[in-house]
Design a binder for this molecule. Structure first.
Ligand code: DAT
Ligand code: MG
Length: 149
């Protein structure tokens, strides 16, 4: 059994809505181990690095504006199968499709919406999509800046 680490980030809407405790609590109750935590205002360059795989998407500028719009809570969580398990606890990207019982299913309504320009996403939390990205997001040059290990 492989012990992995995942990068979990409460996004600005989650912080502003007072959902930090609720979100941390779900990972604690599941039994994972919190190994790093920091309240952080993400600079634009770091947000672009974090979401670099989505650079070509039409919603990318809105996503970057949104993620840099207020403080986020950066965390590293450790455990057996934590990357996949955290994705299950978080639920589908679009909260409209997220099952009740998941963080996005219980606490969010929509990812973003179409308008004159794309509105930012509002799905309260980020979780790494692979152990490799977990490592990159936690331990890369970028997150070394925002995580106190
Ligand atoms: P996830 O956050 O579930 O890993 P992702 O990595 O594909 O999803 O996308 C990162 C964020 O970008 C996501 O949390 C919300 C936003 N996003 C993704 N798809 C979107 C879309 N079709 N419209 C608006 N925002 C979107
Ligand atoms: Mg992702």
């Amino acid at each position: 059994e492989q012990v992995d680490e995942t990068y979990i980030m409460v996004k600005p809407d989650g912080v502003q809505r007072g959902l930090v405790g609720e979100i941390i609590s779900r990972f604690e109750k599941k039994g994972f181990k919190l190994t790093a935590l920091k309240l952080f205002q993400c600079p634009k360059e770091l947000a672009e690095e974090h979401y670099k795989d989505l650079k070509a998407k039409p919603f990318f500028p809105g996503l970057i504006d949104y993620i840099t719009s207020g403080p986020v809570v950066c965390m590293a969580w450790e455990g057996v199968g934590v990357v996949a398990s955290a994705r299950k606890l978080i639920g589908s990207t679009n909260p409209l499709n997220a099952e009740p019982g998941t963080i996005r299913g219980d606490l969010a309504v929509q990812t973003g919406r179409l308008g004159p320009s794309y509105y930012p996403d509002r799905n309260v939390v980020h979780g790494s999509d692979s152990p490799e990205n977990g490592k990159r997001e936690i331990g890369g040059t970028a997150y070394a800046l925002c995580l106190v290990m």
